[in-house]
Design a protein around this ligand. Structure first.
Ligand SMILES: [Zn+2]
Length: 116
């Protein structure tokens, strides 16, 4: 069944454009539901720190999603700090929290990040 990419309304097969939004229908909506299930756990202010967090978690089999809170397009950073939020699936929140806590204690992570 075709969907409208604007209002996400589902139409009958014979319909080609959304009468509300005046746009062509698409066969499949982009899969956004899975990423919305992720829970934001930790925030860091630079990409390097985010990479450390990501590798720490993925090493333990936890898939990570990073949300960049800056508005796009990203302009050169004139003293404005990046705000990257690290998110994981709900089942892994506790494990991820523990790993990050340990990472902070043994110095793998700097103290600039913070738990959300
Ligand atoms: Zn529509």
């Amino acid at each position: 069944m075709p969907f409208c990419p604007e209002c996400t309304y589902e139409y009958k097969e014979s319909v080609k454009t959304c009468p509300e939004c005046k746009v062509d229908l698409i066969e499949k909506l982009p899969e956004v539901g899975t990423t919305e299930d992720y829970i934001e756990l930790y925030m860091v202010s630079n990409r390097m720190e985010a990479d450390v967090v990501i590798s720490l978690l993925t090493e333990h089999g936890i898939s990570v999603l990073v949300r960049d809170l800056r508005s796009f397009p990203v302009l050169p950073d004139f003293g404005r700090r990046a705000r990257l939020r690290i998110a994981v699936i709900p089942e892994k929140v506790e494990e991820a929290r523990k790993l990050l806590q340990e990472g902070r204690e043994d110095g793998a992570l700097t103290s600039q990040g913070r738990f959300l």
